[in-house]
Design a protein around this ligand. Structure first.
Ligand code: XMP
Length: 512
């Protein structure tokens, strides 16, 4: 068992970011609900505990509290934000509801370096988000640092190795926050920092085997990074107890179905079923122009086809999904049902209840770049791991307005040329996403001596770090000229190419 840090989750939106920072320091972490039994915490043999932040106030009637026994386990504890206030209150200090709330950036002035600030400068820019503040220190504690509005921004009981931070060291806006966390891990908890993705892979395989036992699992494969890594991982754990289903909805890119089959043949030698349902999707989408209606029809038809495929397989117990942490908005609600707060935008999220499938989501604690690393451990090719995101409704939302085979063909060919040239010019990996859009506009052109009246293709390329905001990419003129020439010369049905220079917000990345 690796040296483990238990993170108790009090519902902060950053709990998984804390876990990620710990993994980045090459230490294994396990996120448990705040109200976990002491025996469950002990089972992990933690070398340290982190109390996360959370939206509650320690004054609220049902404010979430951990088992007080954690303070007697003899392991170092770090309380962050709500975690600090909780620790302060439970150990005999005083918390007050502050009239000087602190949100956003602040300056941390370090008076004593203690364990946490060892090797750091005396002033740091940190990120705060709190209303309540600690007003009196519990016995045994001393102050390490202050901010403009908080006299107890960082505290330490060096004997018991208890620490509290009012700011959030885990977020990127907190300068050197990763080093503060690393100091806790190495200097307080004695972590060696020798854990890596290979260990995560071994532990995940054990866990999947334990959970699944002899039962059977299905997985909806899209060919993207997440579902491919999930498929390879689960296949390595349980072999042919896994069946993957790939639905060809007729809205895929050029050669995409073949690429998925090849990926399977070469890298995931498991069971793959391909449901060719393109004509069914197109029939259902005939004449539909409204983007929301299109999305709904595509989602519903996907489920019908998937369900039909599953029903051919006999008894299936688990539905596996490549859900990642950013896909999951999850928190431990104060006095509610955790499942109610879990949101997933995945395309197989709405399978019929009668199927009674249990969910298997082995990637749900990971961020995209971590999944890519896991994929590398599993031997998946870079061409799959570094592929741009592709929306579930596929080209269905990249042909603006109603769909037809002809429009899809024009779009596929144009998009293929754009992407091919991006690779040739070594630009593909500099972009978050790049693709073509088929516009419902025809324009006049002249080719040779003939007048043409054909379709307009739009090129879209954006830079982004998380798709929440995005900037249009300033691709070189020469490159744009080359792609435009190739599309107009090679794609029958396109006589004009435009480039989208809108950022998100106010536009979105996709057109529909
Ligand atoms: P927008 O267009 O909202 O897109 O700026 C943000 C990111 O999400 C992708 N996207 C989707 N992904 N199902 C998905 O799995 C969808 O319905 C969907 N719609 C948009 C989009 O490609 C971009 O990366």
């Amino acid at each position: 068992m690796p040296q483990t840090i238990v993170v108790l989750d009090f519902g902060s939106q950053y709990t998984q970011v804390i876990a990620r920072r710990i993994r980045e320091a090459n230490v294994f972490s396990s996120v448990l609900p705040y109200n976990s039994k002491l025996s469950d915490i002990r089972k992990q043999s933690p070398v340290g505990i982190v109390l996360s932040g959370g939206p509650a106030s320690v004054f609220a009637k049902d404010s979430p509290k951990p088992n007080p026994g954690i303070f007697k386990l003899g392991v170092p504890i770090l309380g962050i934000c709500y975690g600090l206030q909780l620790m302060g209150k439970m150990l005999g200090g005083e918390v007050k509801s502050s009239d000087r709330r602190e949100y956003g950036r602040g300056t941390l002035t370090i008076e004593r370096k203690g364990t946490l600030f060892s090797g750091l400068p005396t002033k740091l820019s940190v990120w705060n988000s709190h209303g309540d503040s600690l007003a009196k220190l519990p016995k045994g504690f001393r102050v390490l640092a202050k901010t403009e509005n908080s006299s107890y921004a960082a505290i330490e009981d060096s004997k018991r190795k208890f620490f509290g931070l009012q700011f959030h060291p885990e977020v990127e806006h907190s300068e050197k926050g990763n080093i503060v966390i690393k100091n806790f891990l190495t200097k307080a908890c004695g972590c060696k920092g020798d854990w890596d993705m290979g260990d995560f892979l071994k532990a995940s395989i054990d866990q999947i085997r334990k959970v699944v036992g002899k039962e059977r699992v299905i997985l909806g494969l899209s060919g993207g990074v997440d579902s491919s890594v999930a498929a390879a991982l689960i296949h390595q754990a349980i072999g042919d107890q896994l069946t993957c289903i790939f639905v060809d909805n007729g809205l895929l890119r050029l050669h995409e179905r073949e690429q998925v089959k090849t990926l399977f043949k070469n890298h995931i030698p498991g069971k793959l079923r391909v449901a060719k349902a393109g004509s069914l999707f197109l029939r259902k989408l005939k004449g539909v122009k409204d983007p929301e209606k299109k999305r709904k029809i595509i989602g519903k038809t996907f489920i019908e086809v998937f369900d039909q495929e599953v029903s051919k397989l006999g008894k299936i117990d688990f539905l596996a999904q490549g859900t990642l942490y950013p896909d999951v908005i999850e928190s431990v609600p104060v006095g509610g049902n955790p499942a109610a707060l879990i949101k997933s935008h995945h395309n197989v999220g709405g399978l019929p209840k009668r199927m009674k499938l249990k969910l298997l989501e082995p990637l749900r604690e990971l961020f995209k770049d971590e999944v890519r690393n896991l994929g590398r451990e599993l031997g998946l090719p870079e061409s799959v791991l570094m592929r741009h995101p592709f929306p579930g409704p596929g080209l269905g939302v990249r042909v603006v307005g109603d769909l037809s085979q002809t429009k899809l063909k024009v779009l596929r060919e144009a998009d293929h040329i754009f992407i091919e040239e991006l690779f040739k010019h070594k630009l593909y990996h500099k972009l978050w996403q790049a693709f073509c859009v088929f516009l419902p506009v025809r324009s006049v052109g002249v080719m040779g001596d003939e007048r043409t009246y054909e379709n307009v293709i739009c090129m879209r390329a954006v830079t982004s770090s998380d798709a929440m905001t995005a900037d249009w990419a300033q691709l070189p003129d020469k490159f744009l000229r080359k792609v435009s020439n190739r599309i107009i010369n090679e794609v029958k049905g396109a006589n004009r190419v435009v480039y989208d220079i809108s950022s998100k917000p106010p536009s979105t990345i996709e057109w529909e």
